[in-house]
Design a protein around this ligand. Structure first.
Ligand code: SF4
Ligand code: SF4
Length: 446
């Protein structure tokens, strides 16, 4: 009988809330705690909230299956925990109603950013601090996002991942939450939502860790959680678009070395040796030029709190760290920081950033609406499905140009012996393009 991990692999399930790590690998690991991440802490997003309010029973039952499977394999007790923000009272109640029956627990989280950060959540749920440069597995934990859990539940029923729940919001007449076929171009989505402004950009995946684009040919992937229309001249958009050279120039003249960026850094607060004010001293005064300060860039998760919340001068240590990471990657310099014996900062419990205040700081409160769910299937005439939406080796096409495919049919396979994920047709139609990076399908709009 196939395991849940086998079924997730067959269905092409990858982490829906982050970088797209293949879920079957997580499910096949030996851990003693499985945490469902229902924090949805990125501002403006509400797709996970919809799933929690409508699929709590499936999420809890699937968690139980996963816990039983890992426990059966390891011969040890495994705990199941659902982390959900206290403010999502309806979801909390639904989970509590189900959790008792299935022997898992519910952890209510404060409405702070970054409650959904894996390191943050693991510490809140277990009191264990993930080591520097580590992952939850290092402390016996796997964290699975709510959207991923729903995809696992579907995989258990034999349904592959072909669509993605997406929050569609910002300056539009009809913000909504909808399931969109994987591979749908932004140009097939945004114009249908009644955009209120002419000169706009699309914010992909939220204001803190997302990015902006104007490319309407970009497509929805298994990790696309939100698309938000924002005015091109919005202060947050302009901030995100600021080039590195400007960051450095402003940083040189404006950094007060006040160290607020460090005091609010969630990884520093957990005990990691990451002190963003020092990287500013490196670029500003050529001070602290020791290799540890530079290589600590590997410890930055790019949560954005230092620049978008803490810094009184609107400077961005995050962008500087990102550049250092890029250069170290090019130079083949790996992360040397692996400390596991961590001491948390005593102010940590008081340094979570209230989500509503963060929204005001970003100037995005007017777009903070709980978008209604639209259950209608999304009509789409063609899709372009990238074969590398996950961490690992690019999938190999298993269909031919001109071949007819039906929705749910396997089109991309994991290369033999590699870490990877499978892909399935998200619409029925004809294969119109195949390359090493994607498969195009044209179908009928119904
Ligand atoms: S918070 Fe801003 S001004 Fe203060 S040290 Fe950090 S980058 Fe410099
Ligand atoms: S983005 Fe800033 S606050 Fe977040 S982990 Fe990196 S240095 Fe710390």
């Amino acid at each position: 009988m196939p395991t849940v991990a086998d079924l997730a692999r067959q269905a092409g399930v990858i982490g829906a809330g982050g970088a797209g790590f293949p879920t079957h690998i997580k499910l096949a690991s030996a851990v003693n705690t499985v945490i469902v991440n229902g924090a949805e802490c990125e501002p403006l997003m509400c797709g996970d909230l919809h799933l929690m309010e409508t699929r709590a029973g499936d999420i809890v039952a699937t968690l139980r299956k996963i816990v039983d499977e890992i426990s059966g394999r390891t011969g040890s007790e495994v705990k199941g925990v659902i982390g959900v923000k206290q403010k999502y009272d309806h979801a909390v109640k639904s989970f509590r109603d189900q959790a008792g029956k299935h022997g898992v627990s519910v952890l209510e989280l404060d409405n702070v950013y970054p409650a959904g950060d894996e390191h943050y959540l693991v510490f809140e749920a277990t009191g264990r601090a993930v080591p520097e440069g580590g992952i939850p597995l290092d402390v016996g934990v796997v964290v699975i996002n709510v959207g991923t859990m729903v995809n696992i539940a579907e995989a258990v029923n034999g349904k592959p991942v072909t669509e993605r729940i997406v929050t569609l919001g910002g300056a539009m007449d009809n913000p909504k939450v909808a399931f969109i076929p994987v591979g749908t171009a932004f140009g097939e989505i945004i114009p249908r939502l009644g955009v209120k402004i002419d000169d706009y950009v699309i914010l992909v995946n939220g204001p803190m860790m997302g990015r902006v684009t104007e490319d309407m040919n970009e497509v929805v992937t298994k990790t696309t959680g939100g698309l938000f229309v924002l005015p091109k001249d919005h202060s947050h958009v302009m901030r995100m678009a600021r080039p590195l050279s400007t960051e450095i120039r402003i940083g040189k003249s404006a950094c007060e070395v006040c160290r607020y960026c460090t005091d609010f850094c969630p990884r520093y607060l957990l005990g990691h040796r990451l002190e963003p004010h020092k990287i500013m001293r490196v670029i500003n005064y050529d001070r602290d030029l020791d290799s540890d300060t530079i290589t600590s860039a590997w410890l930055c998760c790019e949560c954005g709190l230092c620049d978008l919340w803490a810094c009184p001068m609107f400077l961005s240590p995050r962008v500087i760290y990102r550049e250092f990471k890029r250069r170290m990657r090019e130079a083949g310099i790996k992360n040397p920081h692996r400390r596991a014996d961590l001491t948390q900062d005593s102010y940590r419990p008081f340094r979570g950033v209230p989500a509503d205040k963060l929204m005001r700081r970003l100037g995005l409160s007017e777009y903070d609406v709980k978008a209604p769910f639209d259950p209608a299937p999304w009509p789409v005439s063609s899709v372009r499905i990238p074969l590398n939406q996950h961490i690992g080796a690019t999938a190999l096409p298993v269909v031919k140009q001109g071949e007819k495919v039906t929705k749910g049919q396997l089109i991309g396979e994991i290369p033999e012996g590699k870490l990877g994920a499978r892909y399935h047709a998200s619409i029925s139609g004809v294969v119109t393009a195949i390359s090493t990076s994607h498969i195009g399908i044209s179908g009928q709009v119904k």
